[in-house]
Design a protein around this ligand. Structure first.
Ligand SMILES: *[C@@H]1O[C@H](CO)[C@@H](O)[C@H](O)[C@H]1NC(C)=O
Ligand SMILES: *[C@@H]1O[C@H](CO)[C@@H](O)[C@H](O)[C@H]1NC(C)=O
Ligand SMILES: *[C@@H]1O[C@H](CO)[C@@H](O)[C@H](O)[C@H]1NC(C)=O
Ligand SMILES: *[C@@H]1O[C@H](CO)[C@@H](O)[C@H](O)[C@H]1NC(C)=O
Ligand SMILES: *[C@@H]1O[C@H](CO)[C@@H](O)[C@H](O)[C@H]1NC(C)=O
Ligand SMILES: *[C@@H]1O[C@H](CO)[C@@H](O)[C@H](O)[C@H]1NC(C)=O
Ligand SMILES: *[C@@H]1O[C@H](CO)[C@@H](O)[C@H](O)[C@H]1NC(C)=O
Length: 446
């Protein structure tokens, strides 16, 4: 892995004419060139898996010769956030156990004497807002030529505040990059209490990844837990506490935009490899290929995607809201750039429904396969994104799929050497979605 220069994160504060009361933070660095180090090497940041900041997996390459781009559909995860409220409670409990001891015998823990937990929960951190803003600027730079004042990006978001804030920071970044020539707005907010193709909220019978997560935890964590307990006699940490302590390297660093003292523990305990495999299992068995009712939760989004690619009404009987999708005001078919904002678990369901990141064998919860293709750090980091580009290649309508700027091999639709499929072949390949999950959707309510 190439050595990274440690670049200090600098924000430029933009006073913002169209948003008089709010301040937008813009990162001064181009995300394609270099990303802020946060004081932690990129390899360690990426080991945070779903808590990793966005990095492009590969440099963006324009469509191949002979193909012209005519429509873009973008699906993006919200930017970096605080721990969820549930995780925050567990983290506070674990730190509390450590801080209850009389004295530490391990210098790794000494900083805890004076440490006080001060993170929020659930919402975007400022860094996450900046990531979203920067993604909007990048989208403008890459795709603005597809637009006109009468044809602006059409933007939707799932209703969680961090997702809505990501969408509006993205539109602000887009507008700023255009010198306010374009002012895209967030047009549709899909309620997470209702039919929502941008959230995994509807399949009541879907299982969880707890069994696999816990099996891996009981495989890797005991020596780490023993080490921490030896350094904090009487703390009685459990393996779950150890996981929550490890997660603070990510959460504390992205919240304060500087290397957290928890990262010394994380690195010393050989946290990175173990922590990232935990994330890989969590998503694989949460809504990915390892969850029988995971992929079906991505079907509604794919049916919307097919509708837009083909310019035909949505046909779906799963998560779509037929009222919204049947109305050209709330589900237009005549735009060229669409942006949707969502969550990691839902994006994983969509990837699995489509056939992306297919694994040759299921992930083993006790033994990581070093050759696995299922790498959450390349799938759903904070501000991670899937972009579907519709192309016209020598008169044939075609598509290619990019995840975090890497063009997917798309073997499931018979992609050519340029990783491009014909639109027909792509639509044909999506029979699971077109058939409403081939019976799986009904199982969600059984
Ligand atoms: C901890 O905080 C106390 C009181 O603010 C201060 O006197 C002490 O030097 C600090 N110790 C360390 C190790 O930072
Ligand atoms: C899309 O269609 C609507 C109504 O049919 C129309 O008002 C709008 O101008 C069209 N937009 C574009 C970009 O063609
Ligand atoms: C950006 O996100 C932050 C939350 O971190 C929010 O407070 C702010 O209003 C958002 N800005 C815009 C322009 O939407
Ligand atoms: C569908 O969307 C409409 C308009 O936002 C909303 O009033 C309705 O509650 C939604 N229905 C469901 C089932 O989500
Ligand atoms: C740890 O366990 C010991 C023995 O069971 C108990 O005396 C002690 O109070 C526990 N400490 C904490 C912080 O729970
Ligand atoms: C919402 O989804 C349910 C389950 O698929 C479906 O029965 C219902 O018709 C949908 N409602 C709308 C407004 O699309
Ligand atoms: C991983 O791939 C390499 C290169 O193809 C191969 O030599 C190695 O045996 C593989 N490892 C496992 C565990 O499959």
């Amino acid at each position: 892995m190439a050595l990274l220069s440690l670049i200090t994160l600098t924000y430029i504060c933009y006073a913002y004419s169209s948003l008089s009361s709010s301040t937008v933070y813009r990162n001064s660095l181009d995300v394609d060139q270099e990303v802020p180090s946060l004081g932690v090497p990129r390899s360690v940041q990426q080991s945070w898996v779903m808590y990793s900041p966005y990095y492009p997996s590969e440099p963006y390459v324009p469509p191949p010769e002979g193909c012209s781009l005519d429509q873009v559909r973008r699906l993006q995860r919200h930017g970096a956030r605080y721990p969820t409220s549930g995780a925050a409670t567990r983290i506070v409990a674990a730190i509390g156990k450590l801080q209850s001891v009389e004295s530490f015998t391990d210098p790794l823990l000494a900083f805890l004497k004076n440490y006080s937990y001060d993170l929020g929960y659930d919402d975007l951190v400022p860094y996450g807002a900046a990531q979203s803003f920067q993604a909007g600027e990048q989208a403008f730079e890459r795709y603005a030529w597809l637009l006109s004042e009468a044809n602006q990006p059409f933007v939707r978001a799932s209703s969680a505040p961090r997702v809505v804030d990501s969408a509006t920071n993205w539109t602000a970044g887009f507008a700023a990059a255009s010198s306010h020539h374009y002012k895209p707005i967030l047009s549709v907010i899909l309620s997470e209490a209702g039919n929502d193709t941008l959230d995994d909220n509807m399949c009541a019978a879907a299982g969880s990844s707890d069994a696999e997560d816990n099996l891996w935890l009981s495989t890797f964590a005991p020596p780490m837990t023993a080490r921490l307990n030896a350094g904090a006699p009487g703390a009685n940490l459990t393996d779950t506490d150890t996981y929550n302590i490890l997660s603070m390297c990510a959460f504390d660093t992205i919240s304060h935009e500087t290397r957290s003292p928890f990262c010394a523990i994380y690195e010393e305990l050989a946290g990175p490899a173990a922590f990232s495999y935990y994330g890989d299992l969590d998503k694989y068995y949460g809504t990915g290929y390892g969850q029988p009712l995971g992929p079906v939760q991505g079907v509604g989004y794919i049916n919307e995607l097919i509708a837009r690619l083909a310019g035909k009404p949505v046909q779906d009987h799963t998560q779509t809201n037929a009222t919204l999708d049947g109305n050209p005001e709330t589900f237009p078919l005549n735009r060229t750039l669409y942006a949707d904002f969502s969550h990691d678990n839902q994006m994983v369901a969509i990837f699995a429904a489509m056939g992306l990141f297919k694994q040759s064998a299921p992930l083993d919860p006790t033994k990581p396969d070093p050759n696995r293709t299922w790498r959450v750090q390349k799938m759903v980091p904070f501000s991670g994104r899937m972009v579907t580009e519709r192309l016209s290649c020598r008169g044939t309508q075609s598509v290619r799929i990019l995840v975090n700027d890497a063009v997917m091999p798309s073997e499931f639709c018979g992609a050519n050497a340029d990783r491009v499929c014909t639109l027909d072949a792509f639509v044909q390949s999506q029979s699971y979605a077109r058939n409403d999950g081939e019976g799986d959707w009904a199982k969600c309510f059984a």
